[in-house]
Design a protein around this ligand. Structure first.
Ligand SMILES: *Cc1c(COP(=O)(O)O)cnc(C)c1O
Length: 369
């Protein structure tokens, strides 16, 4: 049994000496931000790595979400999932948009396309789904609805770094996709994020918006924000990108080991076997069923008593927070699948530095029930 506390994630940090040359370059150039050389290099490197055409770096994923909604001039109502991190819906409220919650699919815990149409009103302008745990949404079904009703689609792709299907990067779907590079994510720049966009014109508009709306020294074309990623964070990203393959492989091993030992435990359901998808193994969610000897919260407490800090992602649902719960769509009768999942889910520790004996002790505690 490990004697140290284990958390659901631990930031991945490449060896410190490798960062020193980057810092020396920043110190000698004295270019600290405003689209400097590391910013330019990271945008290019990420486009290549992710298999996308255009990408704009941001100071964090939440500002990127806010800006994505501004860039497409989204107003009125937006259909979204209650089963996510609060930033998804908060980005709508910050833009004066009314979130309309639609239930999730029990198999993937992603927005259920079969339930979207019934929530569309004349005020609906967009759909904001989340690739929950990095598992791709049903992008084709969502696009079909968007096309039929002339809606924009903005993916909160905060979990979906590097996720690829038969048709390429999942980040190429929808009108825009938003990434987060927060410390807890698969790829991190301490704080950071990006918007993936389909064409150079859209990227240019987003680049203006993240720089107060400036297009040149004297011209401001929009009420923009300060969303620029600094040179320090951009350099961290370049360093991290050199290690990402190794980190993902280790995550894959951890995922496979959990599946091997937990799939046969009565009442434990491991979500989202990646199958044909090139996954990023960003989370390891399990659902605790009736046949398991204790309920989710009891297992959560038991693990915690043993120094294992699993997380109840996503509980509570976004729709149950005070700023959302009076919306008609927030009622649990509208969201039975999400309501149930939020009571059963537990995300287990998964990160490159998790040791095999630590993982075994987690598995052992869950197996013993
Ligand atoms: C992490 C996360 C965000 C917010 O990203 P930040 O970079 O922390 O602002 C948004 N949505 C989801 C689903 C997330 O997991």
């Amino acid at each position: 049994m490990s004697d140290k506390n284990l958390y659901v994630t631990q930031p991945f940090l490449p060896p410190l000496p490798e960062f020193l040359p980057y810092l020396e370059e920043i110190w000698s150039s004295k270019v600290l931000t405003n689209g400097g050389p590391f910013h330019v290099r990271l945008e290019k490197a990420l486009c290549e790595y992710l298999g996308v055409e255009h990408l704009a770096l941001f100071t964090n994923g939440t500002i990127a979400l806010l800006t994505a909604l501004q860039a497409l001039r989204i107003t009125g109502e937006v259909i979204t999932t209650p089963y996510s991190f609060v930033a998804t819906s908060h980005s709508l409220l910050w833009n004066g948009i009314k979130p309309v919650f639609v239930d999730i699919h029990p198999g993937t815990l992603n927005l259920d396309p079969a339930k979207i149409e019934a929530a569309i009103t004349p005020q609906t302008t967009a759909i904001m789904p989340v690739h929950c745990y990095g598992h791709p949404c049903d992008v084709d079904a969502i696009q079909k609805i968007a096309d039929n009703y002339n809606l924009k689609v903005i993916y909160d792709a905060a979990h979906a770094f590097g996720v690829t299907t038969k048709t390429g990067s999942v980040l190429n779907y929808g009108d825009l996709s938003v990434l987060s590079f927060h410390a807890t994510k698969v790829f991190n720049t301490f704080e950071g994020g990006a918007i993936v966009c389909p064409d150079a014109k859209t990227k240019q508009r987003i680049d203006h918006l993240k720089n107060f709306g400036f297009v040149d020294e004297v011209t401001v074309v929009a009420p923009g924000i300060n969303g620029k990623m600094s040179e320090f964070n951009s350099a961290l990203g370049l360093l991290q990108l050199g290690h990402i393959e190794k980190a993902l492989l280790r995550r894959q091993e951890i995922d496979a080991f959990y599946r091997k030992h937990l799939s046969s435990v009565k009442g434990i359901h491991c979500l989202n076997d990646s199958g044909e998808i090139i996954a990023n193994f960003s989370y390891f969610p399990i659902l605790i069923g009736e046949e398991y000897p204790m309920d989710r919260d009891s297992l959560y407490e038991k693990l915690k008593a043993n120094g294992i800090y699993a997380r109840r992602y996503f509980y509570p649902l976004i729709s149950s927070f005070p700023m959302y719960r009076s919306l008609p769509s927030a009622h649990s009768s509208n969201l039975p699948v999400a309501t149930d999942a939020a009571l059963r889910v537990l995300c287990l520790p998964i990160y490159p530095d998790l040791k095999p004996d630590e993982q075994l002790s987690i598995i052992d505690l869950i197996q013993r029930g």
